[in-house]
Design a protein around this ligand. Structure first.
Ligand code: GLU
Ligand code: ZN
Length: 269
């Protein structure tokens, strides 16, 4: 059975891009599950969560409420996985601030352009320091992890075919912080497995993130599902709809009297 999921974060109202992703997942699977990615507590709001349920129901998407996975209720699972990776010697504490990382990257190469991910140099990798009074991030020693796996990693994408993962593309990624138990990379991999997802559908902007996720799956002994990275819905200027693209918010279309079929038509589904 093909199991798909939609995994929004309640950090804003759902817009047309989300509607496309949700309907895409809904139509691609034989079973559809919902997951609320609300680990970043500072940015999540209860009213956005209510709106997610309301918007999806309005789109005539059906899901089992008993199977909705709320990530903030499963923190121990992410911590257990982090501990496991730490026991494998793959996690280290990084005490660098965002500003320091930017400055260091600027010194080494050119100035990072806006929107570009600054690749962390691995400066704290061999500090061996455990200083709990300062803020820190927990980073994955990606080089060591790749060496431990000892083989090339691949995943299959319905649209792009067989892809060889390049897990070091973002350097030593952050898997947790002192004040935040798990990053998106880690939590989504654990939950895709827990929810029995066989086909992960999502926007093509996350294609590169999959390289990290297949590495985490290999390290944690989880199966790699099939992926389908679909196109993104763009605005009339060809720009992607930003998270707070209020002009495209679904509740506004609803208030203006549009029907869910109108949304399907707009999205050419
Ligand atoms: N919460 C993520 C987002 O809204 C989901 C990403 C995914 O589908 O893996 O971008
Ligand atoms: Zn550091």
């Amino acid at each position: 059975m093909i199991v798909t999921r939609f995994a929004p974060s309640p950090t804003g109202y759902l817009h047309l891009g989300h509607a496309y992703a949700a309907l895409f997942a809904y139509e691609a699977g034989e079973k559809f599950v919902l997951r609320i990615e609300d680990i970043d507590r500072a940015r999540c709001r209860a009213e956005y969560l209510d709106a997610i349920y309301e918007d999806l129901a309005w789109l005539r998407i059906k899901w089992d409420p008993a199977e909705v996975l709320i990530q903030s209720e499963h923190i121990e699972d992410y911590q257990k996985a982090l501990k496991k990776l730490d026991d494998m010697g793959l996690i280290y504490r990084c005490y660098c601030t965002r500003k320091q990382i930017k400055e260091e990257a600027a010194r080494i190469g050119g100035a990072p352009h806006e929107g570009e991910t600054v690749i962390y140099s691995g400066k704290c990798r061999n500090l061996g320091l455990k200083d709990d009074t300062r803020d820190y991030s927990l980073r994955l020693d990606v080089g060591k992890a790749i060496a431990l796996i000892g083989r090339d990693l691949y995943f299959d994408d319905v649209r792009f075919g067989k892809i060889k993962a390049n897990p070091s593309r973002f350097g030593d990624v952050i898997l947790g912080r002192k004040d935040c138990p798990a990053s998106y990379y880690l939590a989504s991999v654990i939950d895709d497995a827990r929810q029995g997802i066989t086909l992960v559908t999502r926007g093509e902007d996350l294609l590169a993130a999959t390289d990290i996720q297949v590495l985490l799956q290999a390290l944690l002994g989880l199966e790699t599902p099939l992926y389908h990275h679909h196109k993104l819905i763009l605005d009339e200027k060809g720009k992607r709809l930003a998270k707070r693209a209020d002009a495209f918010a679904l509740y506004k279309f609803r208030q203006e009297g549009l029907a869910p079929d109108d949304i399907r038509k707009i999205l050419v589904l």
